[in-house]
Write a protein that binds this ligand. Structure first.
Ligand code: B12
Length: 328
C-alpha cells in the first residue's frame, strides 16, 4: 500500500525573513513567532495618501468602531488614538472601517439631562448599527467608560445578536476575563492591539476558532447556549525600532473628526486655565494634535515623553513637551 504524504496546511502563511517580495495579505503574518517583523520595508499606512494601495477587499469585513463617551463635561479634545491604530491595521488587511465617535459627535460639553444624553447615545448607536450593518463591532476605552461600554455592548447585542463584539484598550487589558463575562463581548484584545486585532479579524473572516491566538480572552462555545471564558495569554510586546514598532502603521486619522473637532479643542498647556472647567479653547487659532511617542509606560511618563505640536502660529514652532495633557 502506498504511503500517503501528509498535507501541510499553512495558516497563517509562513514567510521567511529577507525573502523580499510582496507583503503577506494580513498584517499579523508580517511577524514571526517572536513578534519580530520579517521585512521592515513592506508598505504600511502612514499618511492619507498611503491608504490608497490598501483598498477594501470585496470579501473583507465591515468593521464598526464605536468610541464611547468620556469626560462629557469637557469639549472633546483627545482623538481615540488606540482605535485609530487598530483601524489602520484593519484597513491594511482590506477591511472596511466605519466609525461612530460619540465624543466627536457631541462636539461640546453635554448640557442636557443625563437621561436625554443616554437617549441620544442609544439612538445614535442604533441608527448607525442599522445603517452600516457591521460584520464586527469594535469597542475600546478606559476603565472609567465601563458603564457606557456595557450599555453600548448590550445595545449592539440586541440589534445584531450574531455580530461579534471585540473589546480593546485599558478596560480590556486590566480585567480581560471579567469583561468577557460581564460586558457580553465575544473577544477581548489585551494590551497592544495591532497584531492581535489583525489575527482576530482573519479568524472571524474565516469563521475559524480563536484557539491559539495570543493576546485574546474570549467566549468559547462548549455546546449551543453554553460557553466558558478562555484566555490565551499575552502576546509578546513588539520589539523596538526597525524590528517592530517602526513597522506599525500610523493611526488612521482620516476616519475621525481630527480637523473639525479634536484639533480645534486644544488641550494641555494651551488651555490649562479651562481644562478642569470645560476645556474650552482660551485663544483663537491655537490647535493641538495627539501623538504617542513611547509605549508601555504609565500616565506620568507618557505625559513627559509625549509631544504636542503647537501648530497655531507658525510652522516653525518647535514641539513642546507637556506634562498635563494626557492623564491628569
Ligand atoms: C490619553 C489618556 C487619557 C485621556 C483619554 C482620552 C481618550 N479619549 O482616549 C484622558 C486625559 C481623558 C485620560 C483620563 C484618565 N485616565 Co488616562 N490615559 C491615557 C493614556 C496616557 C494614553 C492612552 C493612549 O492613547 N495610549 C496610546 C494608545 C495607542 O494605546 P491604547 O489606547 O492602549 O490602545 C492600544 C490597545 O489598548 C488596543 N486598543 C485600544 N482600543 C482598542 C479598540 C479595539 C477594538 C481593539 C481591538 C484594540 C484596542 O490597541 C491599541 C494599539 O496598540 C493612558 C496610559 C498609556 N500609556 O496608555 C492612560 C490610562 C488609559 N488612563 C488611565 C486612567 C486611570 C485615567 C483616569 C481615571 C485618571 C484620573 N484619575 O483622572 C482618567 C479618566 C478620565 C475619565 N473621565 O474617564 C489608566 C486606565 C486604566 C484602565 N484599566 O483602564 C491608563 C491605562 C493609565 C494607567 N496605567 O493607569 N486618560
Amino acid at each position: 500500500m502506498a504511503t500517503q504524504t501528509p498535507q501541510i496546511v499553512e495558516f497563517p502563511s509562513i514567510r521567511r525573513a529577507g525573502q523580499g517580495g510582496a507583503a503577506p495579505a494580513r498584517f499579523h503574518e508580517r511577524f514571526g513567532s517572536d513578534n519580530h517583523v520579517l521585512d521592515a520595508a513592506w508598505p504600511r499606512i502612514t499618511t492619507q495618501a498611503s491608504e490608497a494601495p490598501f483598498a477594501p477587499r470585496r470579501d473583507g469585513l465591515r468593521v464598526l468602531l464605536i468610541n464611547a463617551p468620556i469626560r462629557e463635561w469637557s469639549f472633546p479634545n483627545i482623538l481615540p488614538i488606540g482605535h485609530a491604530y487598530v483601524a489602520a491595521v484593519a484597513a491594511m488587511d482590506g477591511h472596511t472601517i466605519d466609525v461612530l465617535d460619540l465624543n466627536a459627535e457631541r462636539k461640546q460639553p453635554v448640557k442636557s439631562s443625563p437621561e436625554a444624553f443616554v437617549k441620544w447615545v442609544e439612538s445614535r448607536v442604533t441608527e448607525t448599527l442599522e445603517q452600516r450593518r457591521p460584520d464586527v463591532i469594535g469597542l475600546g476605552g478606559i476603565i472609567t467608560q465601563y458603564s457606557w461600554i456595557r450599555r453600548i455592548a448590550n445595545l449592539c447585542r440586541r440589534v445584531h445578536p450574531d455580530v461579534p463584539i471585540v473589546l480593546g484598550g485599558g478596560i480590556a487589558s486590566s480585567m480581560p476575563e471579567f469583561m468577557v463575562r460581564r460586558l457580553g463581548v465575544d473577544v477581548v484584545v489585551q494590551e497592544e492591539g495591532e497584531i492581535t486585532f489583525s489575527e482576530v479579524l482573519h479568524r472571524l473572516e474565516r469563521r475559524a476558532s480563536l484557539e491559539g491566538v495570543k493576546g485574546v480572552a474570549y467566549r468559547h462555545a462548549i455546546r449551543p447556549g453554553e460557553w466558558d471564558v478562555r484566555n490565551n495569554g499575552l502576546r509578546p510586546s513588539l520589539p523596538s525600532r526597525a524590528l517592530g514598532l517602526d513597522t506599525l502603521p500610523w493611526p488612521l486619522r482620516s476616519r475621525w473628526a481630527e480637523d473639525e473637532v479634536y484639533k480645534i479643542n486644544p488641550v494641555g498647556h494651551l488651555n490649562w486655565q479651562t481644562k478642569w472647567i470645560d476645556g474650552a479653547a482660551v485663544a483663537p487659532g491655537q490647535y493641538s494634535l495627539s501623538m504617542i511617542s513611547a509605549k508601555r509606560i504609565g500616565c506620568a511618563a507618557l505625559a513627559r515623553s509625549s509631544t504636542r505640536w503647537n501648530i497655531s502660529s507658525s510652522a516653525t514652532t518647535p514641539p513642546t513637551s507637556t506634562s498635563s495633557t494626557t492623564c491628569s
